[in-house]
Structures are given as C-alpha cells and as structure tokens.
Design a protein around this ligand. Structure first.
Ligand code: NAP
Length: 310
C-alpha cells in the first residue's frame, strides 16, 4: 500500500514530491500526459525566486524532478489515473489498468488550455491553430507570415513577443480595450513594433478547414459590430485555462468552474485527499504559489498519516 500518491508533476506536484520524499514517505508520483506541467511550455521564467537571470521553464521542471528523485520519490512517466474511489480508507486508484491503494492522495493536476469553442478551431488544431507558441512557433509554415494571438493576459503577451522572432507581424486580438497582463509585460508587448493590437474584438471563425490549413480569421468588433477577415498563417490561442479535475467531479467539492475547493489548508472535502496548485487556485496561478501549496499539501498529508497510523 502507498502512503502518498501524488497526481501531477507541475510545480505543485513536484514540490509535494520533494517534501514527501524528504519525510521518508517514498511518494508514488504520476506525471499524467504532460510531465512537468504547463511550465514546460513556457520559454523563460523571470519571476521564480533564486534565478535573477530567469530560467527556462522546461529546465526548472527537470531540476525539480531530479530533486524529488534524489530524495526517493518514484516518478512514473506518462502514467495517469483512470478512476478513483475515495469513499473509504485506504483509497483506491486505477492507474493504467492497475489498482493501487493509498492512505493519502495529493491532487496537483493543474489546468489545461481554454478553447475558443469554434468548430474550425478543433478541425485546424495542429494545422495552424495552436495553444503554445514556444512548442509550435518555429514551424516553417509560420516563418515570415502574419500570425494572430488571441487573449490579453500574460500568456498572450508572452506568446506574441516570442512569435515576433518568426512572424512578419503578430496581431494581438483581445476582446477588451486594455490588457489584463502584468504592467511590465503589457508595456513590453505594446512597445514591440511587430505586435499590432486589435482591441474590442472577438475571433468568430478560423479559415480554412476546406484547405486543411489556416489562411485567416474572421473578426468582429464587439463595440461597433463591424466584421472583417484578417489573413494569417497561424492562430495562437492564449485565453486562460480550465482546471484538470474532471476525474474528481461528484467526488470532491468544486466550484462552478471545476476548481477543487480546499476545506482547511490543502485538505479537500475528503479527509486524506489534499489539493495543490492550479487545479484549485484560480486567484494567484503562479509557479511559486503552486510550489508553496505543494509543500503545504505534503506537510498536511504527513500530519494526516501520523494521526492515522498512531
Ligand atoms: P488569464 O490571465 O486568465 O488571461 C486570459 C485572457 O484571455 C484574458 O485577457 C481574457 O480576457 C481572455 N479570454 C478569456 N476567455 C476568453 C474567450 N472565451 N475569448 C476571448 N478571450 C478570452 O490567463 P493567462 O494569460 O494564461 O495567465 C494565467 C496566469 O499565469 C496568470 O496569473 C498570469 O499572470 C500567469 N502567467 C505568468 C507569466 C509570467 O509571469 N511569465 C506568463 C504567463 C502566465 P479578459 O481580460 O477580458 O478577461
């Protein structure tokens, strides 16, 4: 039987793994389909304390994994949980077809990219529509072409800035007339001569599924109602995230957007099941806050185990 199973290996999961491993709990850690979490798709992380010159997101996650493994965390790459039964102790989880029992579970499943919800968006995904500039921006089909980034937050600004390396110009399409991004990021983005903001505008269509590639976007000005088509070779969607908590629907208390609601500290509505990071935090959503919550979850799990095994 496992003492601690940690689901997810973003900043929250891996920090929980470091702490649980250092407490001799030998945690079983499941990466799911995205080892390292969303930070592995970021280019440079400039606000993680201890790295005054910034650090590559992928490298930061590799280092966290090494640190967890050094202390005895057992990290299972690409293993995912199929179902859970939290109705009694020990909990049971089905992991890639195999039943595993656990006394505590730390959920650190993070969040995935939000979609616009257009049928053409899905048809053209990976054919010019993407959710990650650092993963896909260097594709030959985007070189010296006009590109569109959708969104007004830090991600959209970061993606737009990154894409100026390849694109002839980058159109930043945002539904309001001011950016949500942090001041420094917004100023840097708007000062970039290759980035052209298009305010108060929604993307209503992505062309052209019939050609199996992106040739442009349909835009609608939300104040004037004016519609037009903007030719482009790629659409990068950066409109926020949705928590990866579908597995726990009906089992744990969640808000209307699917964020797990912690009851006390990191404890969920089921004693012995803890939560950390972007799957429960829609307020701060930073690498460092996720890491902090991962630490707290491991400490909470350790205290729960001490009481359980008294
Ligand atoms: P975000 O801050 O939630 O911003 C999402 C943006 O998408 C907002 O501008 C929002 O518009 C827009 N949006 C949402 N739904 C939309 C829809 N259906 N259609 C069109 N537009 C839509 O998300 P994020 O930029 O991914 O950032 C998430 C968190 O990570 C934030 O806390 C951010 O600070 C952090 N982050 C930090 C860094 C960094 O520091 N290096 C980099 C990336 C992200 P409204 O503004 O109108 O709501």
């Amino acid at each position: 039987m496992e003492k601690v199973v940690i689901i997810g290996t973003g900043c929250a999961g891996l920090t929980a793994a470091i702490y649980a491993a250092r407490s001799n709990l030998s945690p079983l850690v499941l990466t799911g389909t995205m080892p390292g979490g969303l930070l592995t798709t970021t280019s440079i992380v400039e606000n993680y304390p201890g790295f005054p010159d910034g650090i590559d997101g992928y490298e930061l996650m590799v280092r966290m994994q090494q640190q967890a493994e050094k202390f005895g965390a057992r990290i299972k790459i690409l293993q995912a949980v199929e179902s859970v039964d939290f109705s009694k102790q020990p909990f049971s989880l089905v992991i890639d077809g195999e039943k595993v029992e656990a006394q505590t579970v730390i959920i650190a499943t993070g969040a995935g990219h939000r979609h616009l919800g257009l049928p053409s968006e899905h048809i053209l995904e990976k054919k010019g529509v993407t959710y990650c500039a650092t993963c896909d921006g260097a594709w030959p089909m985007f070189r010296n072409q006009p590109l569109v980034v959708v969104g007004g937050g830090d991600s959209a600004c970061e993606e737009a800035t990154y894409l100026t390396r390849f694109a002839s110009e980058v159109y930043l399409v945002h539904r309001r007339d001011s950016l949500r991004a942090s001041k420094i990021m917004a100023e840097r983005t708007l000062a970039n001569p290759k980035i052209k903001p298009i305010w108060d505008t929604a993307v209503t269509e992505i062309f052209d599924p019939a050609q199996d590639k992106v040739t442009g976007v349909g835009l609608k000005n939300l104040k004037t109602g004016e519609e037009k088509v903007l030719p482009c070779a790629g659409v990068f969607i950066a409109i926020g995230h949705v928590p990866n908590t579908q597995l726990f629907q009906g089992i744990l208390d969640m808000d209307e957007n699917g964020y797990v609601i912690p009851k006390r500290g990191t404890e969920t509505s089921v004693p012995g099941v803890f939560v950390a990071g972007d799957c429960s935090d829609h307020v701060y959503r930073q690498a460092i806050t996720a890491a902090g919550l991962g630490c707290a979850a491991a400490i909470d799990a350790e205290r729960y185990l001490a009481a359980l095994n008294q």
